[in-house]
Design a protein around this ligand. Sequence first.
Ligand SMILES: *[C@@H]1O[C@H](CO)[C@@H](O)[C@H](O)[C@H]1NC(C)=O
Ligand SMILES: *[C@@H]1O[C@H](CO)[C@@H](O)[C@H](O)[C@H]1NC(C)=O
Ligand SMILES: *[C@@H]1O[C@H](CO)[C@@H](O)[C@H](O)[C@H]1NC(C)=O
Ligand SMILES: *[C@@H]1O[C@H](CO)[C@@H](O)[C@H](O)[C@H]1NC(C)=O
Ligand SMILES: *[C@@H]1O[C@H](CO)[C@@H](O)[C@H](O)[C@H]1NC(C)=O
Ligand SMILES: *[C@@H]1O[C@H](CO)[C@@H](O)[C@H](O)[C@H]1NC(C)=O
Ligand SMILES: *[C@@H]1O[C@H](CO)[C@@H](O)[C@H](O)[C@H]1NC(C)=O
Ligand SMILES: *[C@@H]1O[C@H](CO)[C@@H](O)[C@H](O)[C@H]1NC(C)=O
Ligand SMILES: *[C@@H]1O[C@H](CO)[C@@H](O)[C@H](O)[C@H]1NC(C)=O
Length: 653
Amino acid sequence: MATSLARNGLLAAVVGLATLSSAVPAPRSADPCAKIAGQTFVVPADAMACLTSFPFNETLRQNVISVVSNIFDFYTFEDYYLDSPPPFQASTVQIRKELARINTTTYSSDYEFSRDIYNVTTIMNDGHTRWLPSCYQTYQNLLPAPIVSLEVDGAQSVFIAPDSVEFINLVGSAYTDYFASIGFDWQRLAGARVLSIAGMDPYDYADLIADTETGNYLDHGVRVNSCWSSYRISGTDFSQRFGDIAGPGFPDRDTLTMEVVLANSTKRETVTIPFLASYLGTANFTDSASFWEVNCAANNETNGVDLLSGGDVGRAGSTLPRRPRAVIKDASQRNAIGLPGPFLPTAPPVNGSEAVIKSFVLPDNKTGVMFVGSFEPDDFNGFQFDVQAAVKQFQAEGIEQVLIDLTNNGGGFVCLGHFLHEYLAGSKIGNPGFQSTNRANPLAEKILATVIAKGITSNFSFYAPDNWASLNNVMLPNTFNYDKPPVTSIINGATYAESQRFFDVCTPFAVDMPEEPPFDLSKVAIVGNADCASTCAMFSTLMFERHQTKVAIFGGRPGLAIEYKGMAGNQVLEWTDIDSEIKTAGLADDPLAPPDLLVNADFRHNWRTAYSYLNEKVPIAYESEQPQFRFPFTVDTYMNPQALWEFAAKQLF
Ligand SMILES: *[C@@H]1O[C@H](CO)[C@@H](O)[C@H](O)[C@H]1NC(C)=O
Ligand SMILES: *[C@@H]1O[C@H](CO)[C@@H](O)[C@H](O)[C@H]1NC(C)=O
Ligand SMILES: *[C@@H]1O[C@H](CO)[C@@H](O)[C@H](O)[C@H]1NC(C)=O
Ligand SMILES: *[C@@H]1O[C@H](CO)[C@@H](O)[C@H](O)[C@H]1NC(C)=O
Ligand SMILES: *[C@@H]1O[C@H](CO)[C@@H](O)[C@H](O)[C@H]1NC(C)=O
Ligand SMILES: *[C@@H]1O[C@H](CO)[C@@H](O)[C@H](O)[C@H]1NC(C)=O
Ligand SMILES: *[C@@H]1O[C@H](CO)[C@@H](O)[C@H](O)[C@H]1NC(C)=O
Ligand SMILES: *[C@@H]1O[C@H](CO)[C@@H](O)[C@H](O)[C@H]1NC(C)=O
Ligand SMILES: *[C@@H]1O[C@H](CO)[C@@H](O)[C@H](O)[C@H]1NC(C)=O
């Protein structure tokens, strides 16, 4: 099967090449999606021809705009965007003006319309609040030249990742055969120093991508780190991320031109490197009609449901608690590539390392490392058992100091971040989370009042008061209307109404919690690249704000400030989540309620604010906090977690 895919890819590549070298433009294929059907890798122009083939449709625009504008009413940070406070001022976006503009712009295709909304939510730089169209997030563009920033001989510069050959080979022969077929030698570029990208200083190019395409993180410096290739845990495996320069989310560039000096050379040369796009869809298509059907049309899981109706066994009638999540969606997780073998840690793994946490004892025999790749494991309780197992083994082996690596941790279950904080700090700290609120807009107030009147509980609604605890850490009675009265404040001249404050309820945990910290907290430190989102940002902020934990951030742009946390809302609701809240409260027909989406997409939003422990007037998202330690990546550490940990252990303890 893989061979036949590869052969198809090769055939397409050869046809693509013939078209390129021909002086006469080839006639546009009758069905541009049929042309790329069944192929894992396609030339970007062919993917774009398919994506842009669907005509603009006013019905869809009105549908999408009503959902988007309605959901922005629930968005806790809306008013901050009017004039984002420093150092985040570049994230200022006039949200309602942008929607009005999009509502009247003439678009050449449905893609252009949808991409415009995508772009506006991207430059808001809040990974919790984004328009994510399944239809158009179907091809990731991949450049066989991932980019990194390294310090060599005391100076930082931009390079094509020295491990490119090992890494790109892991993408597979269907990918590399294409470059062989067009005679493009990408292997020779490994380790080349990059003098310019697209005619710009390479750091300026990273700034541009960080400001226009990366999104997700409020702080510019953090977004710059997202541009570089980096290690991570994807699923339960070590992985290398392409980075946003070499792995952008849309196939809208054919090539990237760089001026480079090859490794072992002193000669400048200009190379034009072709991208090849990778299909991310989960279902196959054969032509435009079936592409629309499997990727773009609304399906049975696009919209929310009345969870009390019991008609939807997959999602409703659950006796399990509904768990608050705070996590980004990184499309590059969908076809993650492994970390090349030479970079896998050689230190013996510690118990509890099978899932999203990988723990090790370093060769110094005194440093324990927990690489927490995510807070969204498949097994919620298993995460807690893994932490317990690792800590027990660290203690048995006499570990004196612990490094927590949060590199590329996109977040996950809110209560697992609070769990890890409480496990390390001891249960005597009281509630391990932040003071929290949601927005009291008129529809939210109606949902809450209805949920209370109907006695709907936390297993069917996040609005239900019994999800939360009072500031005395006592669970709210399910009759307590925390929006009565709402709390108002003025943000950038706008009146913002929110709920009274409450805490998350995460207890009881699945494991016995230590009352005292298992390790001297001054001997626990955090390392990472600051691409630490949502629950990860809450965890690191709790450690920093409450225990002054040392944080060391690697990478970024030399000389440019960086925050240690990426993006820090308290809870995200996907479109289906908020739509289910509305429907479960019986308010689907309320004049304030949004319609069902007619296309397959998510419009997620940050639904709760976490307030800083240091400054309880300020959301942690807007509390500027920089790491006490900052280091460049080097040839030894940029893709080698264990080398980075050994370096950090020497610097931090
Ligand atoms: C626009 O989209 C709507 C909803 O999917 C559909 O019913 C209608 O036929 C489309 N209009 C055109 C002109 O294709
Ligand atoms: C978009 O325009 C339509 C009229 O074409 C109007 O009814 C609707 O209220 C507008 N929506 C927004 C959010 O501006
Ligand atoms: C979206 O942003 C990208 C990157 O800046 C840009 O190339 C593209 O033209 C934008 N598209 C729309 C429709 O705004
Ligand atoms: C550069 O030279 C070293 C030592 O001769 C060699 O190991 C390495 O493969 C060369 N790198 C490239 C990219 O040619
Ligand atoms: C898609 O097509 C490939 C190749 O023919 C096949 O291996 C795969 O199972 C198909 N996937 C689905 C979801 O049908
Ligand atoms: C939606 O339909 C698909 C395919 O028919 C099915 O596998 C899936 O379970 C359905 N999802 C829900 C929530 O009903
Ligand atoms: C809701 O959750 C509670 C426990 O919190 C459980 O006792 C109850 O059975 C659940 N209700 C339903 C209808 O599943
Ligand atoms: C660490 O422990 C191992 C196994 O007991 C031992 O071989 C090694 O020498 C120790 N290393 C140090 C730095 O003490
Ligand atoms: C590691 O886990 C195994 C299997 O559960 C257990 O027997 C062993 O005692 C654990 N080791 C330590 C040091 O906790």
